[in-house]
Design a protein around this ligand. Structure first.
Ligand code: DPM
Length: 350
């Protein structure tokens, strides 16, 4: 740290080997370098189960920490000091000893349509009947099946490079659906032909935000990364993660959210879907966010759905978490559990 800080050793950043993961890690490294010019950073790249199993839909692998386990092992063994993830790939409960020390300002959280070049100029509405859309996300497929019943949906796996290649070089898919944030980070914004608003497709919990995972006991590193927290993003993502956690959903269930922060009010819309989207429970709630100066009495106290944010008002974090929990309880009281259990069973049997 520049003169007055405590971190003087080399900081090692763990990353997956995919191009997107590298880009995300590099962008965080750059921000840290700007804030702490004297910091020595080293980037350590490794493969994860999720990178190795490329032919199976994410929702079928069943391992919740698909992209995170190897990286967490390296954190545990002190081989790396922090790991940059897409927040949406991080489970709502982290293994003991780990915490999310920073959630950075969210990019566009929405999903986007990327068309096969032969369909240039069209939108999902205008594609010929029975056109095949590539996505392995149960969440995307459920919402879009309902909204565009004339289209068909098939799995597509692999990292972003592989998916774009599968789209362009074959004739299997008329279009694929990807997160706008990932496309933008890869420099492929020009391939976005349509951004899907919440009326078409609500996004995944945490989508579009980067998170930095650290050892919970490593107070120096926690303090160092905490200035990267973006308060609005943190509050929205805590509400979203609390909602998912209370529903007991993982990355493999059709759960979608939409959040907004306006004039100190946090709005959360949450929904659960059957696999074909025909069953849907969706509600919106809001809570006031008071950014007072209440700080946590002990560090342990201030962890909300895996996120440590000691520099953000405790009252505000509590309110955001409560919003997600209460909204989930309302959906559960209306039968969300049955919808999710059935979706899980049908997906496992496929
Ligand atoms: C999770 C899902 C997907 C990723 C499920 C979902 C998409 C899987 C698929 C939990 N993680 O969204 O319903 O399409 O088969 C992932 C991407 C990003 C982070 C790529 C993407 C980049 C965007 C971001 C994969 N994880 O969704 O297009 O940082 O949010």
């Amino acid at each position: 740290m520049s003169g007055n800080g405590k971190v003087t050793r080399v900081i090692r950043m763990g990353t997956r080997k995919s191009q997107l993961a590298r880009i995300q890690t590099d962008s965080v490294a750059e921000k840290l370098k700007e804030l702490y010019p004297d910091l020595q950073l080293e980037i350590v790249a490794m493969s994860t189960i999720g990178d190795k199993i490329l032919d199976t839909a994410l929702s079928k692998i069943g391992e919740k920490s698909l992209f995170t386990k190897e990286l967490e092992n390296a954190l545990e063994r002190n081989e790396v000091d922090l790991v940059v993830h897409s927040l949406k790939d991080l489970p709502t409960s982290l293994p003991p000893g780990f915490t999310i020390g920073a959630v950075l300002q969210r990019e566009n959280p929405h999903d986007a349509v990327v068309l096969h070049p032969k369909n240039a100029g069209l939108t999902l509405d205008g594609l010929p009947e029975k056109s095949v859309i590539g996505t392995s996300s149960l969440r995307r497929a459920a919402q879009l099946k309902k909204r565009f019943p004339q289209l068909e949906f098939e799995n597509i796996r692999g990292n972003l490079n592989t998916r774009l290649r599968k789209l362009d070089e074959k004739d299997d898919y008329a279009a694929i659906i990807l997160a706008a944030a990932g496309l933008k980070r890869m420099g492929w914004e020009t391939r976005i032909s349509q951004v899907l608003g919440p009326e078409d497709c609500m996004y995944a919990v945490g989508q579009g935000a980067l998170a930095i995972e650290v050892r919970a006991r490593d107070r120096d590193i926690l303090e160092m990364v905490s200035i990267l927290h973006h308060p609005d993003t943190v509050l929205r993502c805590i509400a979203e993660r609390a909602f998912l956690k209370q529903l007991e959903g993982g990355c493999s269930v059709p759960v979608a959210v939409y959040t907004e922060m306006k004039n100190s009010v946090l709005y959360l819309t949450g929904a659960v879907y059957s696999l074909d989207g025909s069953d849907c429970l969706k509600e919106t709630m809001q809570t006031n966010i008071e950014l007072d100066n209440k700080v946590p009495e002990s560090a342990e106290e201030n962890v909300h759905v895996g996120i440590t944010a000691n520099n953000i008002s405790q009252t505000a974090l509590d309110a955001a978490e409560r919003l997600g929990v209460v909204l989930a309880k309302i959906l559960l009281s209306k039968g969300a559990k049955d919808i999710l259990t059935t979706a899980r069973q049908l997906n496992d049997a496929r």
